[in-house]
Design a protein around this ligand. Structure first.
Ligand SMILES: Cc1cc2nc3c(=O)[nH]c(=O)nc-3n(C[C@H](O)[C@H](O)[C@H](O)COP(=O)(O)OP(=O)(O)OC[C@H]3O[C@@H](n4cnc5c(N)ncnc54)[C@H](O)[C@@H]3O)c2cc1C
Length: 308
């Protein structure tokens, strides 16, 4: 089921079908609060007022021309300025997919993405906040880590994302668990071959626990991005075992998923950051959320059936 949905997330015919179904919008709203920057700012304001922190993602990925890459970068510059004007930094930062700013362009895509990301990091610094580089499918991992390395020369606080489902990730955690290094650990959301990733969910969970142990024992700033109750409990145990103060790590969850748990963790004195996507290019993100949980697909299909 997961692979079928993830394959559909790259199929333009399915995209047209799903994106044009009127009911889709109301289901999408659970995960993506709005399309306009005003929506993003309004949700950020609400979340920050309730004690949560935010990472805003301007939706977009797999950019195929330079003009789109430049306009995606511009959207980040403008939302960062807006967040600063509204007094929402440093509580709100941004998450950036390098493929949105040109990484996949033929020829010198990596350089184009680095230049755009550098501009965005500079704008984040002016706004008093930070950037975290989302991680996409495994063919981009090395390029993304190279860009991270370059960005950190000028902006050491730039965050990395590592995906526990990849065999390589425990070693990547070791390499990045140094002082000042912000690392978001997630399970991974793409359809990956067995040659690079654990095919079994249980093995992914075990890998997550091992990677978390490396990050929590290290000198960096772990960002524990999961909704999984067992892994959240393990993170809390590790924090106690390593005598980590609450300001030396944070929990992260996606907008619309387990909001009560987000509030519970804040109530315990933790930093909790909510990943908030906004924009018109929501299809790929939405399909990954459906793929994560069969119940979401059932809910979506039932909504389609009852409205048609
Ligand atoms: C802040 C943040 C940033 C992320 N950034 C990236 C990234 O850069 N690259 C990347 O590949 N992946 C990213 N992800 C996605 C991640 O890889 C997982 O696909 C996703 O978080 C689901 O895994 P889980 O750890 O919550 O565990 P799961 O075992 O999938 O879920 C545990 C529980 O969480 C709830 N849950 C999880 N997903 C859903 C859902 N879609 N709908 C409803 N309930 C759900 C359910 O109660 C489920 O039982 C990010 C996740 C977070 C939280």
């Amino acid at each position: 089921m997961r692979s079928v949905i993830l394959a559909a997330s790259r199929d333009n015919r399915v995209k047209r079908l799903i994106a044009s179904a009127p009911i889709t919008r109301s289901v999408v709203k659970r995960f993506i609060p709005g399309e306009a920057p005003d929506d993003a700012v309004a949700v950020t304001r609400q979340l920050v007022a309730s004690g949560l922190q935010v990472s805003l993602d301007h939706l977009g990925e797999d950019t195929t021309d330079q003009q789109h890459a430049a306009s995606a970068a511009k959207a980040y510059l403008s939302i960062l300025e807006r967040l600063a004007t509204e007094g929402l930094t440093p509580a709100a930062e941004v998450s950036l997919k390098l493929s949105a700013v040109g990484q996949a362009l033929p020829g010198d895509g990596e350089r184009i993405a680095l230049n755009h990301a550098h501009m965005i990091c500079a704008a984040a610094e002016r706004a008093g906040t930070t950037v975290t580089l989302d991680m996409e499918d495994h063919t981009t991992t090395d390029s993304t880590l190279r860009i991270l390395h370059d960005l950190r020369k000028d902006f050491p606080e730039t965050g990395a994302v590592l995906q526990a489902y990849l065999h390589r990730t425990e070693a990547d955690c070791r390499a990045l668990a140094h002082e000042g290094s912000r690392v978001r650990l997630c399970k991974g959301a793409y359809d990956e071959p067995e040659s690079v990733a654990f095919p079994d969910k249980h093995e992914v969970d075990l890998s997550y626990a091992r990677c978390l142990a490396v990050l929590m024992a290290g000198e960096g700033y772990p960002m524990i991005a999961t909704h999984d109750p067992r892994l959240i409990a393990i993170a809390a145990d590790l924090a106690r075992a390593h005598d980590r103060k609450p300001d030396t790590y944070e929990y992260q969850m996606l907008y619309g998923i387990r909001p009560n748990e987000q509030r519970r963790l804040v109530g315990l004195g933790n930093t909790v950051r909510v990943y908030v996507p906004y924009g018109t290019d929501w299809y790929g993100y939405f399909m990954r959320r459906l793929a994560e949980r069969p119940a979401n697909v059932t809910f979506f299909l039932r909504s389609l059936a009852t409205r048609s």
